[in-house]
Design a protein around this ligand. Sequence first.
Ligand code: FAD
Length: 458
Amino acid sequence: VAPSAATPSAARDLARIVGAEHVIERPGREWLTDTSAARGLVGRADAVVLPGSAEQVAEVLAWCYAHGQAVVPRGGGTGYAGGAVPIDGGIVVALGRLREVRELEPSAWRMCVEAGLSTADVHRRARESGLLFAPDPGAAEQSQIGGNVATNAGGPHSFKYGVTGDWVTGLQVAVAPGELIEIGGPIRKDAAGYDLRGLFVGSEGTLGIITAVWLTLVPAPETTLPVLAFYPSVATGCAALRAVFEHGVGAAALEFFDAGTLRAAGATLPGGVPEGAGFALLAEADGAEPEARRIHGELREALGPGSLALQDGAPGALWRWRDTVSGAVTTVQGGKLSEDIVVPVDRIAEAIDGTLEIGRRHGLQACSWGHAGDGNLHSTFLLSPGDLEQLALAELAAEELFDLAIALGGSVSGEHGIGWVKGGALSRQWPPGAVRLHEAIKSSFDPAGLLNPGKKQA
Ligand SMILES: Cc1cc2nc3c(=O)[nH]c(=O)nc-3n(C[C@H](O)[C@H](O)[C@H](O)COP(=O)(O)OP(=O)(O)OC[C@H]3O[C@@H](n4cnc5c(N)ncnc54)[C@H](O)[C@@H]3O)c2cc1C
């Protein structure tokens, strides 16, 4: 795509709002991509602006609305769906300077933070007060809490604790045509109006720009005790997963890794991968010491039948390894196309096998891992960088994966959203009446269609 730059008068206007040093007139690639760069998506922007306050965000939005300029909110740029990529010019509003913790009230289990604070910093600040903010998406040092809210990010511990939106009690948002609003706040319930908070959660920058977030917290569990279980096949592993549900075991996390993933990432797994393993489950028990021990025992009992080995291991090392899995899979061939379909948990074996079958049909190496307890798979096709034919096949394979998810009663996205790369997929899964309501919501929040255009389209 041809590079673009702000006109001198636009740059002057924006500099008046945020300061000239916070306007980037010829943005480099680092502002024009996200994790979807692996599938060749690079956008173009007329300028990037970095506001220093919520009021400046609203002023920038007002300027864009008055001048008919597209606005693309940008958090940490770790999204997989191309949501933060400016597809066809306009102004990227990067939230990275809004990093203040506005309120931290440990005795009331809550905090209010600005949108640009990193997810890891939110975790750290809660931890320092003995509290837990549980949503734990993988790229926590880079992603921002505003981006997490805008994608309703999940993570391994969503199984017990829910996704980001479940922790949001209030939002400050810059809305069209350039006004700062606050909804909810330091309250734990709110049944007053339509659920506007819920609409902004997962809206991927298409309804407004989130500037601050009220979060509810919980006391941090005293102990976490993982169990790693290995199985010869998908079928035996998924039978064990079902047993955890059937026995009513309150696990905090339940992750899975198929054979291809274990081949790619197993070399660095603490304790190693036993001979013959074609599937693994990583579960965790948490709580006060006696409770965590009880659940840990129940997990071992439920996961034992059919397993090749059960290992305990240190939680820190295992979760650090878990964070490296996506990167390790990428290095097998140099690139990958990863999706995040979700299916009812009792259909997950069919989705794992189906991923491999789709890959085989297209001559692509495939594997999957993910949040087994939530039925959420990172179904992945490996790519050689620069091989456009292979990329086209992988895009086709992804379409078939969406059909599979829908046929199994699931959804095309469990946590990454629709963004740009999955545009149009929603209307395959939703009836026309639901699609109509989806579009009506967009046009009532953004009548000129300037907020992240082209994204989250049904
Ligand atoms: C290694 C790795 C592991 C990951 N693991 C997980 C995981 O386990 N679970 C999971 O859910 N995701 C995961 N992700 C995806 C990604 O990290 C999350 O989607 C994250 O929430 C994106 O946050 P971000 O700040 O990087 O947002 P960006 O990528 O910058 O933006 C994502 C979307 O949100 C919008 N947006 C960003 N900030 C704002 C704002 N302040 N106001 C309005 N809109 C905004 C953007 O316009 C875009 O549409 C992973 C990514 C990587 C690279």
